[in-house]
Design a protein around this ligand. Structure first.
Ligand code: 16G
Length: 541
């Protein structure tokens, strides 16, 4: 098999440690960076195949998001900027785990199964976060992308093209892949184009905010010592002081995600280190690749208040619903959550706001798909990962109204606000920078303080625990992970424990990113939520 020589030669530069098995999980591959070189090379190869198959540009992002600095990871981005399809997640796992001598067979298998026309050219965009390991690991991806498949397969000669973006946030890469594949209809496939589109829309939106003081325009941002901090700095000049950012944890001193960032703040329910936080001041934290955001403040008693993904979804959907009413547009709006959504948020959305609420399994791809079923789908995980999707029909109706010369001023104003809202949002994936601009614009337009936003509803006290078990896969769930179907008797035990507490709810699910089982409990008081979580974790053990 002389034609495979080149792959064999190149792959021996990126050898797989024998016996190492890794799974393409909820957010791609993620583990200690020292185990990932061969995975990166192989994902470069796979991205090339995916590009040939879809006849479109594919993205490869090197990041481990909120994981510690020592870890790294990689995920593939499909043509419209969405997560790669489940079948290709399976191929990614197969390719990653093929022992060195079986790699070519694994590749051929994919090519055959997908009937890939190898004469098709391939285009791949590669990006990386700020981790020290990301430089060499993204080079390994490029080695895979640049390998000329067609010569080794003896087909017509067509080279792979790639564009190496270097340091980008994960959502920026999703955005640029989508822009590229829509021939610029979604925007320009450059970082500058991204800043221009989002910031212009933000500035248009804030023109509707009356009497905004400098204090109200001020926001403290915790950049998690990661890529988000770098990109906020780059973007600042486009904001023309309509938003004045004090940036903390900008990577100049601290360690990535260490005692800071959105995940730390959400899980620990306390402010990050490295930030000056004055009572009442609005602050937010990004995670390590800037695809999540949470807000918070401390009150005059020094008490910490977190505004997580549920509060963000409520703020955004309330704003959008009001605009739809003002515009007289009959569009179906829904909020998509996961089992982790605080019960108070779900009740508020369903009972007070009267919006449709859907619950899906954890993981962005599940929420994203569910949100696509509506004219406007607002999706957020409680951990701060989310965005808003507008259907084509919704976008067209909004545009028609905004441009209708016979329309009255109020309806037109609402339609224009909706148009700018669409433009400030990164619809390809949850994006901390874009979400931050949207939230800031909404607060400014509504003249709302962070305390008023927080007071929309009160969270039920809750607790999350991790339980280490010998095999987490014995736990199987249904009903969007809200009920356990195995092992036998576990759900009944949880039901009995829940009945002992007021306003209580609890569920367990195997983690998709760590070797643990996660336990969630909420109840009327913190003591009650804590003891329920503890009791349920004993039932799991
Ligand atoms: C990944 C997911 C995130 C989810 C988390 C759950 C993406 C891009 N990221 O980080 O949405 O909340 O996993 O982790 O899908 P877990 O399964 O360990 O609880």
């Amino acid at each position: 098999m002389a034609q495979f020589e080149e792959v064999s030669k190149q792959s021996s530069q990126h050898p797989k440690p024998a016996g190492l098995v890794l799974q393409y999980g909820t957010a791609g591959f993620r583990t200690n960076a020292k185990h990932l070189d061969h995975i990166m090379f192989r994902m470069g190869l796979l991205a090339t195949l995916r590009s040939k198959k879809t006849k479109a540009t594919i993205g490869v992002m090197v990041t481990a998001s909120h994981n510690p600095e020592e870890d790294n990871g990689v995920k593939l981005i499909d043509p419209m900027g969405e997560m790669v399809t489940p079948a290709w997640e399976g191929y990614a796992t197969q390719l990653a785990n093929a022992e060195q001598g079986d790699l070519l067979t694994a590749l051929k298998d994919i090519i055959e199964k997908e009937s890939i026309n190898m004469s098709q050219e391939a285009n791949v965009f590669v990006g990386k976060d700020t981790r020290s390991s990301s430089a060499s690991l993204s080079q390994a991806v490029l080695d895979g992308v640049l390998l000329n498949f067609d010569s080794f397969l003896n087909f017509f000669l067509h080279f792979s093209h790639h564009f190496y973006y270097g340091l980008v946030t994960t959502p920026q890469l999703h955005y640029m892949v989508c822009c590229q594949n829509t021939q610029g209809k979604y925007g320009e496939a450059t970082i500058e184009g991204y800043y221009r589109k989002l910031c212009q829309a933000f500035i248009q939106l804030t023109k509707n905010a009356s009497n905004c003081t400098d204090d109200q325009k001020h926001l403290s941002v915790d950049g998690a010592n990661g890529i988000g901090a770098l990109k906020v700095r780059e973007m600042e000049s486009h904001l023309r002081r309509e938003l004045q950012i004090s940036l903390f944890n900008d990577g100049s001193k601290g360690k990535l995600n260490h005692q800071c960032g959105a995940d730390f703040v959400k899980v620990q329910q306390k402010p990050p280190t490295g930030i000056n936080i004055n009572p009442g001041e609005r602050c937010c934290s990004f995670d390590g690749d800037a695809d999540r955001i949470v807000y918070y403040y401390t009150d005059s008693d020094g008490q910490f208040h977190l505004l997580d993904g549920d509060k963000i979804a409520t703020l955004i959907s309330t704003f959008l619903k009001e605009l739809l009413t003002q515009a007289g547009l009959d569009l179906k709006i829904a909020v998509v959550q996961t089992a982790y959504a605080n019960g108070s948020s779900t009740h508020y959305l369903e009972d007070t706001m009267k919006v449709i609420v859907r619950c899906t399994k954890t993981g962005v791809k599940h929420l994203h798909h569910a949100a696509q079923e509506f004219d406007i789908g607002v999706y957020f995980e409680a951990n701060g990962h989310g965005t808003v999707l507008f259907s084509k029909v919704a976008e067209e109706k909004i545009q028609q109204l905004a441009e209708d010369p016979n329309m009255n001023d109020e309806r037109k104003r609402a339609a224009r606000l909706l148009q700018n809202t669409i433009n400030v949002i990164n619809q390809t994936v949850g994006d901390a920078i874009s979400d931050m601009l949207l939230i800031e614009a909404i607060l400014a337009i509504r003249g709302m303080t962070v305390q008023q936003w927080d007071a929309i509803y009160s969270d039920l006290p809750n607790r999350q625990l991790k339980v280490k078990v010998s095999d987490r896969r014995v736990i199987d769930t249904t009903d969007a992970e809200r009920r356990a179907v195995s092992p036998a008797g576990l759900q009944e035990a949880i039901d009995t424990l829940v009945k002992k507490h007021r306003l209580a709810r609890s569920f367990v699910r195997p983690s998709g990113t760590e070797d643990v089982v996660r336990v969630y409990a909420e109840a009327e008081t913190q003591e009650s939520a804590d003891s329920l979580a503890h009791e349920v974790s004993l039932a799991v053990y």
